[in-house]
Write a protein that binds this ligand. Structure first.
Ligand SMILES: Nc1ncnc2c1ncn2[C@@H]1O[C@H](COP(=O)(O)OP(=O)(O)OP(=O)(O)O)[C@@H](O)[C@H]1O
Ligand SMILES: O=c1[nH]c(=O)c2[nH+]cn([C@@H]3O[C@H](COP(=O)(O)O)[C@@H](O)[C@H]3O)c2[nH]1
Ligand SMILES: NC(=O)CC[C@H](N)C(=O)O
Ligand SMILES: [Mg+2]
Length: 543
C-alpha cells in the first residue's frame, strides 16, 4: 500500500443536525477521511478511531435543558483540535465553563458576521496575532473600519453569552455578539453559523483551514488512494478464498466487480440474478456489458418464478423487501454451493455493492440513532443468519464518491453515470401486490419514459427516473371506446447523494409526449400522473 490514508482522519460527533451528513461530505471533499458517530460514543471507540481532529455537529436540542446531549469529556482532553458548530459550539462553551442562554431573538437563514481581530477586545488571551487560525484573512468583503465580513447561514435560538476560560471572541453579529470563539492554545474553535452549507459562501474555505491547517491533515482521500486502500483491505480480508459477488450491472456492484477483479483476480465469481423485476431487456444488456468489457466471470441465475411466487399475495412494502432480500441470499447460497471445490471448502464470502445511504436508511449505521425509513434489501432486508460473510468495500462511501472511484478504476463513463436501479427493482415500483402482468406493463412504460428522457437530453440532467405502477383502474376514452385500465406515475428527481432530492422540473412538452406515448402504445394503461414530491418528506421510490 502506498500511504496509510486512514492515518489522517477526522471524527464527527453527531448531535442530530440535519446537516451532519454535509459536514462529512465537505471533509471528504477536502480529501480527508472522516466518519460520523453518535455524540455518546465510548472513550474506547474515540481512542480506537484515533482522529487528527474532532467536529461537533449542530443539533435540535438546547444545552440549557438538563439531560440534553453533551460531548464526551475525552474530546477536550485528547489533545486534538476541536471545532464546534452551532449546538457543538454551545455545548463546548458550556462544558468548558462558559454560559449559554436561550435568546428571544432567533436567527434563521442569512446573516453577516464580522470577524473580530484579537487586538480589539478586552477578553484577549494574548494569542499574539490579529488573525485567528480559523478565520485567517477570509472575507467576502470589508466593513467601513476594514474588518472582514462573511456571508453565513445561521439556524439557532440559543447563544453563547459568556466565554469559557481561555477563549476569545473571533466573530460577531449584531444579535449574536459571540458568533465565533477560539482558544488557540488548545486549538478549540466554535462557530455559531453553519460552514457546511453552501449558503455560507466561504464555509468550504473555513473548513479547509480547520481540516488541513489546524488539524494538520493531508488530502490523501483521493479516488486513486481509496482504490489502493480498498484493494489491500479486501486482500487482507479474504486471503486466497473464493468470493461470490452479487452483480446487478448497476453502478455500485460494477465498481465492486472492477475493484475485486483487481484485488483477487479469478478468485472472483459474479452472480447476476434475473429476479423478473428488472427493466426491459436489462438481463441481456448486463450480461453483454460484462462479457464485452471486463473479462470477469459472470453467472446468470434465472429466478423470476421463485421471486414472483415468494411475493404472491404480499402487499406490505417492508414484507416485500424482506422476502426479496432473503430470496437473493437463497440464490447466492445455492450458487456458492455449486462453486465450492468440495463440501469442506465452502465459499465463505459474499460481496455486495452496498453504499452508505443503503446503510443509513436501513438504520444500520454506526451512529445507530437514525430511524428505519426502509429496509434496503442488501442491508436491513438480509436474513438474520447467513452462511457467507459480507465483503462490502463501498459501505462507507457516498454515491458520487463511488462514481469517482469507478472512473479511477477505468470503468466506462456511461456505466458509472447510469441512474441507479434498486435491487428489489420493479418489486417496489409496483405498489402493493406484485404480479407478472403488472411488471410487464411497467417495463413497457418505463422503457418509453427512459427513451424519451435520453432523446431529449434530460436523462443526464436527472439523477434517477422511472415509472411507478399504481394498482388502481381509471376510465379513459380511446377511439370513441371506453377504456378502464391501470394508472402509472412518472418519477424523476435531481440529487447528488440520494439522501435528499428535488423532483425534476421536466418540460411540459416532454411530459406530454411521454404520457401520449404510454397511453397510446400500451393498451393496459389509461392514465399517466407526474410525481411532484421531493425527498424529504417523500422518498425517491414509492415503497
Ligand atoms: N439483480 C441482482 N443480481 C445480483 N445482485 C444484485 C442484484 N440487484 C442488486 N444486487 C446486489 O445488491 C446491491 C445493492 O443494489 P443497488 O441497486 O443499491 O446497487 P447497484 O445495483 O450495484 O448500483 P445502483 O445503485 O447503481 O443500481 C448490489 O450492489 C448488488 O451487490
Ligand atoms: O439496492 C437498493 N435496494 C433497496 O432496497 C433500495 N431501496 C431504495 N433504493 C435506492 O436508494 C435510493 C434512495 O431511495 P429512497 O429515497 O426511496 O430511500 C434510490 O436511488 C433508490 O432507488 C434501493 N436500492
Ligand atoms: N442548529 C443548531 O445546532 C441549533 C442549536 C440549538 N438547538 C439552538 O437553537 O440554538
Ligand atoms: Mg441497482
Amino acid at each position: 500500500m502506498t500511504q496509510d490514508i486512514h492515518a489522517h482522519r477526522l471524527l464527527i460527533l453527531d448531535f442530530g443536525s440535519q446537516y451532519s451528513q454535509l459536514i462529512a461530505r465537505r471533509v471528504r471533499e477536502l480529501g480527508v477521511y472522516c466518519e460520523m458517530r453518535a455524540f455518546d460514543i465510548s472513550d474506547d471507540d474515540i481512542r480506537a478511531f484515533n482522529p487528527k481532529g474532532i467536529i461537533l455537529s449542530g443539533g435540535p436540542e438546547t444545552v440549557t435543558a438538563a439531560g440534553s446531549p453533551r460531548a464526551p469529556e475525552l474530546v477536550f482532553t485528547l489533545g486534538v483540535p476541536v471545532l464546534g458548530i452551532c449546538y457543538g459550539m454551545q455545548t463546548m462553551a458550556q462544558q468548558l465553563g462558559g454560559q449559554v442562554q436561550s435568546s428571544p431573538v432567533h436567527e434563521f437563514g442569512y446573516a453577516e458576521v464580522t470577524v473580530v481581530p484579537d487586538d480589539l477586545q478586552a477578553t484577549n488571551n494574548s494569542a499574539g496575532t490579529s488573525h485567528d487560525a480559523l478565520f485567517g484573512t477570509l472575507a467576502d468583503r470589508l466593513d467601513a473600519s476594514g474588518r472582514s465580513v462573511l456571508d453565513v447561514w445561521m439556524s439557532h435560538g440559543d447563544k453563547v453569552v459568556e466565554l469559557a476560560p481561555g477563549f476569545r471572541i473571533t466573530a460577531a453579529t449584531p444579535s449574536c455578539p459571540i458568533a465565533a470563539m477560539a482558544d488557540e492554545a488548545r486549538d478549540f474553535y466554535g462557530v455559531q453559523f453553519h460552514p457546511e452549507v453552501t449558503h455560507t459562501v466561504l464555509g468550504g474555505a473555513l473548513l479547509q483551514r480547520f481540516v488541513h491547517d489546524i488539524c494538520q491533515t493531508q488530502a490523501l482521500w483521493t479516488p486513486e488512494n481509496i482504490a489502493d486502500d480498498a484493494i489491500s483491505r479486501v486482500q487482507a480480508q479474504v486471503g486466497t478464498d473464493q468470493v461470490l459477488l452479487g452483480l446487478s450491472g448497476g453502478v455500485d456492484s460494477s465498481v465492486v466487480a472492477a475493484l475485486l477483479h483487481k484485488a483477487i483476480g479469478d478468485q472472483l465469481t459474479c452472480v447476476f440474478v434475473d429476479n423478473g423485476l428488472l427493466r426491459k431487456n436489462e438481463g441481456d444488456q448486463v450480461m453483454a456489458m460484462f462479457a464485452d468489457n471486463m473479462g470477469i466471470k459472470v453467472i446468470r441465475a434465472d429466478a423470476e418464478d421463485e421471486f414472483l411466487m415468494g411475493l404472491a399475495g404480499v402487499a406490505d412494502p417492508e414484507a416485500k423487501r424482506k422476502i426479496i432480500g432473503k430470496t437473493f441470499i437463497d440464490i447466492f447460497d445455492r450458487e456458492a454451493a455449486k462453486l465450492a471445490t468440495s463440501p469442506d471448502h465452502p465459499v465463505k464470502w459474499l460481496a455486495q455493492g452496498t453504499i452508505y445511504p443503503d446503510v443509513i436508511e436501513s438504520a444500520a449505521s454506526k451512529t445507530g440513532k437514525a430511524h428505519v425509513i426502509k429496509s434496503h434489501h442488501n442491508v436491513g432486508g438480509l436474513p438474520e443468519h447467513m452462511a457467507m460473510q459480507l465483503v462490502e468495500p463501498l459501505r462507507e462511501l457516498f454515491k458520487d464518491e463511488v462514481r469517482k472511484l469507478g472512473v479511477a478504476l477505468g470503468l466506462p463513463e456511461d456505466m458509472v453515470y447510469r441512474h441507479p436501479f434498486p435491487g428489489p427493482g420493479l418489486g417496489v415500483r409496483i405498489l402493493g401486490e406484485v404480479k407478472k402482468e403488472y411488471a410487464d406493463l411497467l417495463r413497457e412504460a418505463d422503457a418509453i419514459f427512459i427513451e424519451e428522457l435520453r432523446r431529449s437530453g434530460w436523462y443526464a440532467k436527472t439523477s434517477q427516473a422511472f415509472v411507478v405502477f399504481l394498482p388502481v383502474k381509471s376510465v379513459g376514452v380511446v377511439g370513441d371506446a371506453r377504456r378502464y385500465s391501470w394508472v402509472v406515475s412518472l418519477r424523476a428527481v435531481e440529487t447528488i447523494d440520494f439522501m435528499t432530492a428535488r423532483w425534476a422540473h421536466l418540460p411540459y412538452e416532454l411530459l406530454e409526449k411521454v404520457s401520449n406515448r404510454i397511453i397510446n402504445e400500451i393498451s393496459g394503461i389509461s392514465r399517466v400522473a407526474y410525481d411532484v414530491s421531493s425527498k424529504p418528506p417523500a422518498t425517491i421510490e414509492w415503497e
